[in-house]
Design a protein around this ligand. Structure first.
Ligand code: X2X
Length: 333
Protein backbone atom coordinates (compact mmCIF):
# COMPACT_ATOMS: atom_id res chain seq x y z
CA UNK A 1 0.00 0.00 0.00
CA UNK A 2 2.73 2.44 0.86
CA UNK A 3 5.30 1.47 -1.78
CA UNK A 4 4.44 4.12 -4.36
CA UNK A 5 4.44 6.88 -1.85
CA UNK A 6 7.81 5.89 -0.41
CA UNK A 7 9.34 6.03 -3.87
CA UNK A 8 7.80 9.41 -4.40
CA UNK A 9 6.65 8.13 -7.76
CA UNK A 10 3.38 9.96 -8.01
CA UNK A 11 4.48 13.52 -7.19
CA UNK A 12 7.61 13.17 -9.34
CA UNK A 13 5.61 12.01 -12.31
CA UNK A 14 3.05 14.75 -11.80
CA UNK A 15 5.73 17.45 -11.77
CA UNK A 16 7.93 16.26 -14.61
CA UNK A 17 5.13 15.43 -16.98
CA UNK A 18 3.59 18.86 -16.66
CA UNK A 19 0.36 17.62 -15.08
CA UNK A 20 -1.02 19.71 -12.23
CA UNK A 21 0.28 18.49 -8.89
CA UNK A 22 -2.07 15.77 -7.74
CA UNK A 23 -2.83 15.02 -4.11
CA UNK A 24 -0.50 12.39 -2.75
CA UNK A 25 -2.06 8.99 -2.24
CA UNK A 26 -3.15 8.08 1.27
CA UNK A 27 -1.17 5.38 3.12
CA UNK A 28 -4.43 3.54 3.73
CA UNK A 29 -7.28 3.76 1.26
CA UNK A 30 -10.04 1.79 2.96
CA UNK A 31 -13.37 0.65 1.55
CA UNK A 32 -16.56 0.76 3.58
CA UNK A 33 -19.73 -0.89 2.23
CA UNK A 34 -23.27 -0.68 3.61
CA UNK A 35 -26.86 -1.47 2.64
CA UNK A 36 -28.58 1.88 3.17
CA UNK A 37 -29.53 4.79 0.90
CA UNK A 38 -27.19 7.82 1.09
CA UNK A 39 -29.89 9.91 2.76
CA UNK A 40 -30.03 7.69 5.88
CA UNK A 41 -28.30 9.21 8.97
CA UNK A 42 -25.89 6.27 8.99
CA UNK A 43 -24.44 7.37 5.65
CA UNK A 44 -24.52 11.08 6.47
CA UNK A 45 -22.58 10.54 9.72
CA UNK A 46 -20.22 7.99 8.15
CA UNK A 47 -19.33 10.54 5.46
CA UNK A 48 -18.58 13.14 8.14
CA UNK A 49 -16.45 10.60 9.99
CA UNK A 50 -14.48 9.81 6.82
CA UNK A 51 -13.76 13.52 6.27
CA UNK A 52 -12.71 14.01 9.88
CA UNK A 53 -10.44 10.95 9.80
CA UNK A 54 -8.81 12.11 6.55
CA UNK A 55 -8.08 15.48 8.13
CA UNK A 56 -6.91 14.27 11.55
CA UNK A 57 -4.64 11.68 9.94
CA UNK A 58 -3.14 14.34 7.65
CA UNK A 59 -4.39 12.47 4.61
CA UNK A 60 -3.00 9.09 5.64
CA UNK A 61 -6.38 7.34 6.03
CA UNK A 62 -8.90 7.79 3.24
CA UNK A 63 -12.19 5.91 3.78
CA UNK A 64 -14.25 5.48 0.62
CA UNK A 65 -17.94 4.75 1.20
CA UNK A 66 -19.97 2.42 -1.02
CA UNK A 67 -23.59 2.86 0.16
CA UNK A 68 -26.87 1.29 -0.91
CA UNK A 69 -25.69 -2.26 -1.67
CA UNK A 70 -23.38 -1.02 -4.46
CA UNK A 71 -20.97 -3.82 -3.54
CA UNK A 72 -23.68 -6.48 -3.21
CA UNK A 73 -26.22 -7.46 -0.58
CA UNK A 74 -25.49 -8.04 3.09
CA UNK A 75 -24.43 -11.65 2.61
CA UNK A 76 -21.87 -10.58 -0.02
CA UNK A 77 -20.55 -7.69 2.05
CA UNK A 78 -20.15 -9.90 5.11
CA UNK A 79 -18.05 -12.31 3.02
CA UNK A 80 -16.02 -9.39 1.63
CA UNK A 81 -15.20 -7.85 5.01
CA UNK A 82 -14.03 -11.27 6.21
CA UNK A 83 -11.78 -11.83 3.20
CA UNK A 84 -10.44 -8.26 3.15
CA UNK A 85 -12.14 -7.37 -0.14
CA UNK A 86 -13.63 -4.48 1.83
CA UNK A 87 -12.27 -3.02 5.06
CA UNK A 88 -15.44 -1.92 6.87
CA UNK A 89 -19.08 -3.00 6.86
CA UNK A 90 -22.08 -2.16 9.04
CA UNK A 91 -24.20 -5.30 9.31
CA UNK A 92 -27.33 -5.16 11.40
CA UNK A 93 -27.15 -7.42 14.45
CA UNK A 94 -29.53 -9.75 12.60
CA UNK A 95 -27.14 -10.04 9.66
CA UNK A 96 -23.86 -10.53 11.54
CA UNK A 97 -25.70 -13.19 13.56
CA UNK A 98 -25.40 -15.50 10.54
CA UNK A 99 -21.69 -15.64 11.43
CA UNK A 100 -21.78 -14.79 15.17
CA UNK A 101 -25.05 -16.29 16.47
CA UNK A 102 -25.07 -14.50 19.84
CA UNK A 103 -25.12 -11.14 18.03
CA UNK A 104 -28.87 -11.56 17.51
CA UNK A 105 -29.48 -11.33 21.26
CA UNK A 106 -30.60 -7.68 21.09
CA UNK A 107 -33.28 -8.73 18.61
CA UNK A 108 -35.19 -11.05 20.94
CA UNK A 109 -38.84 -10.15 20.43
CA UNK A 110 -40.33 -7.45 22.69
CA UNK A 111 -37.28 -7.44 24.98
CA UNK A 112 -36.29 -3.76 25.15
CA UNK A 113 -38.83 -1.29 26.49
CA UNK A 114 -37.02 1.90 25.46
CA UNK A 115 -33.70 3.43 24.40
CA UNK A 116 -32.43 3.79 27.97
CA UNK A 117 -32.51 0.02 28.26
CA UNK A 118 -31.03 -0.40 24.78
CA UNK A 119 -27.96 1.81 25.21
CA UNK A 120 -27.16 0.77 28.74
CA UNK A 121 -27.15 -2.86 27.60
CA UNK A 122 -25.30 -2.37 24.30
CA UNK A 123 -22.73 0.09 25.72
CA UNK A 124 -22.41 -2.18 28.76
CA UNK A 125 -21.96 -5.87 29.55
CA UNK A 126 -24.25 -7.30 26.86
CA UNK A 127 -22.54 -5.31 24.08
CA UNK A 128 -19.10 -6.32 25.42
CA UNK A 129 -20.15 -9.98 25.32
CA UNK A 130 -21.20 -9.67 21.68
CA UNK A 131 -18.05 -7.74 20.69
CA UNK A 132 -15.88 -10.46 22.17
CA UNK A 133 -17.75 -13.07 20.11
CA UNK A 134 -17.27 -10.94 16.96
CA UNK A 135 -13.53 -10.67 17.70
CA UNK A 136 -13.29 -14.47 17.73
CA UNK A 137 -14.20 -14.39 14.03
CA UNK A 138 -11.26 -12.07 13.33
CA UNK A 139 -13.43 -9.05 12.87
CA UNK A 140 -13.02 -5.91 14.95
CA UNK A 141 -16.26 -4.33 16.20
CA UNK A 142 -16.04 -0.67 17.19
CA UNK A 143 -17.32 0.07 20.66
CA UNK A 144 -20.41 2.11 19.86
CA UNK A 145 -23.22 0.44 18.02
CA UNK A 146 -25.13 2.60 15.52
CA UNK A 147 -28.92 2.78 15.63
CA UNK A 148 -31.23 1.09 13.16
CA UNK A 149 -34.26 1.40 15.42
CA UNK A 150 -37.33 -0.38 16.72
CA UNK A 151 -38.72 -2.45 13.90
CA UNK A 152 -42.32 -1.82 12.77
CA UNK A 153 -44.59 -3.87 10.55
CA UNK A 154 -45.91 -2.61 7.21
CA UNK A 155 -48.33 -4.36 4.88
CA UNK A 156 -50.23 -3.80 1.68
CA UNK A 157 -53.08 -5.97 2.98
CA UNK A 158 -54.33 -4.97 6.43
CA UNK A 159 -53.16 -3.46 9.72
CA UNK A 160 -51.75 -5.80 12.36
CA UNK A 161 -53.43 -5.19 15.72
CA UNK A 162 -52.92 -8.44 17.57
CA UNK A 163 -50.92 -11.63 17.10
CA UNK A 164 -53.96 -13.18 15.40
CA UNK A 165 -53.51 -10.70 12.50
CA UNK A 166 -50.11 -12.26 11.75
CA UNK A 167 -51.76 -15.56 10.75
CA UNK A 168 -50.43 -16.58 7.33
CA UNK A 169 -48.97 -13.12 6.60
CA UNK A 170 -46.37 -13.26 3.81
CA UNK A 171 -43.75 -11.02 5.38
CA UNK A 172 -40.20 -10.34 4.30
CA UNK A 173 -37.58 -10.54 7.06
CA UNK A 174 -33.77 -10.15 6.87
CA UNK A 175 -31.64 -13.20 6.05
CA UNK A 176 -31.28 -14.37 9.65
CA UNK A 177 -32.75 -17.22 11.69
CA UNK A 178 -34.09 -15.25 14.67
CA UNK A 179 -36.74 -13.23 12.78
CA UNK A 180 -37.75 -16.35 10.84
CA UNK A 181 -38.27 -18.22 14.11
CA UNK A 182 -40.08 -15.29 15.68
CA UNK A 183 -42.53 -14.67 12.83
CA UNK A 184 -43.21 -18.39 12.52
CA UNK A 185 -43.92 -18.40 16.26
CA UNK A 186 -46.44 -15.62 15.62
CA UNK A 187 -48.13 -17.72 12.93
CA UNK A 188 -46.89 -15.67 9.95
CA UNK A 189 -45.24 -17.01 6.77
CA UNK A 190 -41.87 -15.20 6.81
CA UNK A 191 -39.48 -15.15 3.83
CA UNK A 192 -35.81 -14.15 4.11
CA UNK A 193 -34.68 -11.68 1.47
CA UNK A 194 -31.71 -9.30 1.21
CA UNK A 195 -32.64 -5.69 1.85
CA UNK A 196 -31.65 -4.90 -1.74
CA UNK A 197 -34.66 -7.02 -2.85
CA UNK A 198 -37.27 -5.55 -0.50
CA UNK A 199 -38.76 -2.74 -2.58
CA UNK A 200 -39.20 -4.86 -5.71
CA UNK A 201 -40.54 -7.87 -3.83
CA UNK A 202 -43.23 -5.70 -2.24
CA UNK A 203 -43.97 -4.04 -5.55
CA UNK A 204 -44.39 -7.34 -7.39
CA UNK A 205 -46.26 -8.89 -4.42
CA UNK A 206 -43.76 -11.67 -3.88
CA UNK A 207 -44.48 -10.70 -0.26
CA UNK A 208 -47.25 -8.52 1.19
CA UNK A 209 -45.50 -7.18 4.25
CA UNK A 210 -42.09 -6.27 5.65
CA UNK A 211 -40.75 -4.94 8.94
CA UNK A 212 -38.20 -2.15 9.46
CA UNK A 213 -37.67 0.97 11.58
CA UNK A 214 -39.55 4.07 10.37
CA UNK A 215 -36.44 5.96 9.12
CA UNK A 216 -35.73 3.08 6.71
CA UNK A 217 -39.35 2.96 5.55
CA UNK A 218 -38.89 6.66 4.78
CA UNK A 219 -35.49 6.73 3.03
CA UNK A 220 -36.09 3.51 1.07
CA UNK A 221 -39.54 4.84 0.02
CA UNK A 222 -41.31 1.68 1.14
CA UNK A 223 -44.48 3.77 1.66
CA UNK A 224 -44.82 3.75 -2.13
CA UNK A 225 -45.52 0.01 -2.06
CA UNK A 226 -47.17 -0.41 1.38
CA UNK A 227 -50.47 0.85 2.80
CA UNK A 228 -50.48 0.11 6.56
CA UNK A 229 -47.90 0.64 9.25
CA UNK A 230 -48.43 -1.09 12.59
CA UNK A 231 -46.19 0.16 15.39
CA UNK A 232 -45.34 -3.27 16.74
CA UNK A 233 -41.88 -2.29 18.10
CA UNK A 234 -41.13 -6.00 17.98
CA UNK A 235 -37.33 -5.90 17.69
CA UNK A 236 -34.72 -3.32 18.56
CA UNK A 237 -32.04 -3.49 15.88
CA UNK A 238 -28.66 -1.79 15.59
CA UNK A 239 -25.65 -1.81 13.29
CA UNK A 240 -22.25 -3.10 14.38
CA UNK A 241 -19.51 -1.06 12.69
CA UNK A 242 -16.95 -3.76 11.93
CA UNK A 243 -13.49 -3.87 10.36
CA UNK A 244 -11.50 -6.67 8.78
CA UNK A 245 -9.32 -8.02 11.61
CA UNK A 246 -6.05 -8.24 9.67
CA UNK A 247 -6.40 -4.70 8.33
CA UNK A 248 -7.22 -3.39 11.81
CA UNK A 249 -4.31 -5.18 13.49
CA UNK A 250 -1.96 -3.81 10.81
CA UNK A 251 -2.95 -0.19 11.38
CA UNK A 252 -0.42 1.83 13.45
CA UNK A 253 -1.70 2.72 16.93
CA UNK A 254 -1.95 6.47 16.24
CA UNK A 255 -4.19 5.81 13.26
CA UNK A 256 -6.28 3.27 15.17
CA UNK A 257 -6.97 5.97 17.74
CA UNK A 258 -7.99 8.51 15.09
CA UNK A 259 -10.20 6.06 13.20
CA UNK A 260 -11.90 4.64 16.31
CA UNK A 261 -12.61 8.09 17.72
CA UNK A 262 -14.01 9.30 14.40
CA UNK A 263 -16.28 6.29 13.98
CA UNK A 264 -17.47 5.98 17.59
CA UNK A 265 -18.28 9.68 17.91
CA UNK A 266 -20.11 9.63 14.58
CA UNK A 267 -22.08 6.65 15.89
CA UNK A 268 -23.17 8.61 18.96
CA UNK A 269 -24.27 11.52 16.74
CA UNK A 270 -26.14 9.09 14.48
CA UNK A 271 -28.08 7.76 17.48
CA UNK A 272 -29.23 11.32 18.17
CA UNK A 273 -30.24 11.77 14.52
CA UNK A 274 -32.48 8.69 14.69
CA UNK A 275 -33.95 9.89 17.98
CA UNK A 276 -34.87 13.23 16.38
CA UNK A 277 -36.20 11.53 13.26
CA UNK A 278 -38.39 9.26 15.38
CA UNK A 279 -40.23 12.34 16.59
CA UNK A 280 -41.17 13.52 13.09
CA UNK A 281 -41.10 10.55 10.76
CA UNK A 282 -44.59 9.23 11.49
CA UNK A 283 -46.34 12.42 10.43
CA UNK A 284 -44.16 12.59 7.32
CA UNK A 285 -45.16 9.04 6.39
CA UNK A 286 -48.83 9.76 7.16
CA UNK A 287 -48.58 12.65 4.71
CA UNK A 288 -47.34 10.15 2.14
CA UNK A 289 -50.44 8.01 2.65
CA UNK A 290 -49.35 5.36 5.14
CA UNK A 291 -52.08 4.46 7.70
CA UNK A 292 -50.79 3.92 11.25
CA UNK A 293 -52.04 1.91 14.19
CA UNK A 294 -50.51 1.23 17.61
CA UNK A 295 -50.99 -2.35 18.84
CA UNK A 296 -50.27 -3.44 22.39
CA UNK A 297 -47.36 -5.86 22.79
CA UNK A 298 -49.35 -8.23 25.05
CA UNK A 299 -50.88 -10.63 22.53
CA UNK A 300 -47.58 -10.94 20.65
CA UNK A 301 -45.57 -11.66 23.79
CA UNK A 302 -48.17 -14.16 24.96
CA UNK A 303 -48.14 -15.96 21.61
CA UNK A 304 -44.32 -16.11 21.56
CA UNK A 305 -44.29 -17.51 25.09
CA UNK A 306 -46.76 -20.23 24.28
CA UNK A 307 -44.91 -21.05 21.04
CA UNK A 308 -41.78 -21.64 23.16
CA UNK A 309 -39.85 -18.86 21.41
CA UNK A 310 -38.11 -17.47 24.50
CA UNK A 311 -37.16 -20.91 25.84
CA UNK A 312 -35.77 -21.94 22.48
CA UNK A 313 -33.61 -18.82 22.12
CA UNK A 314 -32.44 -18.90 25.69
CA UNK A 315 -31.04 -22.34 24.82
CA UNK A 316 -29.50 -21.14 21.57
CA UNK A 317 -27.83 -18.06 23.05
CA UNK A 318 -26.71 -19.81 26.23
CA UNK A 319 -27.31 -18.82 29.84
CA UNK A 320 -24.48 -16.30 30.09
CA UNK A 321 -25.78 -14.09 27.29
CA UNK A 322 -29.41 -14.61 28.30
CA UNK A 323 -28.68 -13.54 31.87
CA UNK A 324 -27.02 -10.35 30.60
CA UNK A 325 -30.10 -9.63 28.49
CA UNK A 326 -32.50 -10.24 31.39
CA UNK A 327 -30.36 -8.07 33.66
CA UNK A 328 -31.01 -5.23 31.19
CA UNK A 329 -34.70 -5.82 30.40
CA UNK A 330 -36.17 -8.02 33.14
CA UNK A 331 -37.41 -11.61 33.03
CA UNK A 332 -38.58 -12.70 29.58
CA UNK A 333 -39.91 -16.22 29.97
O1 X2X B 1 -32.50 -5.61 5.88
C1 X2X B 1 -33.09 -4.87 6.68
O2 X2X B 1 -34.30 -4.96 6.90
C2 X2X B 1 -32.32 -3.81 7.42
C3 X2X B 1 -31.99 -2.69 6.48
O3 X2X B 1 -33.06 -3.32 8.50
C4 X2X B 1 -31.10 -4.47 7.96
O4 X2X B 1 -30.01 -4.06 7.72
C5 X2X B 1 -31.34 -5.66 8.80
Amino acid sequence: RTALRRLGAIPALALTSGFPLIARAADYTLKYGNNLPVTHPLNIRAQEAAERILKESNGRVDIKIFPNNQLGGDTDMLAQVRSGGIDFFTPSALVIATLVPVAAINAVGFAFKDYNQVWSAMDGALGAHVRAAIAQRRLYAFEKMWDNGFRQTTSSKAPVNTAADMEGLKIRVPVSSLPISMFKGLGAAPASLQFSEVYSSLQTKVVDAQENPLPIIQVAKLYEVQKYCSLTNHIWDGYWFIANGRMWEGLPQDLKTIVARGINEAGLAQREDIKKLNASVQSDLEGKGLLFNQPSADSFREQLRSAGFYKEWQGRFGNEAWTLLEQAVGKLA
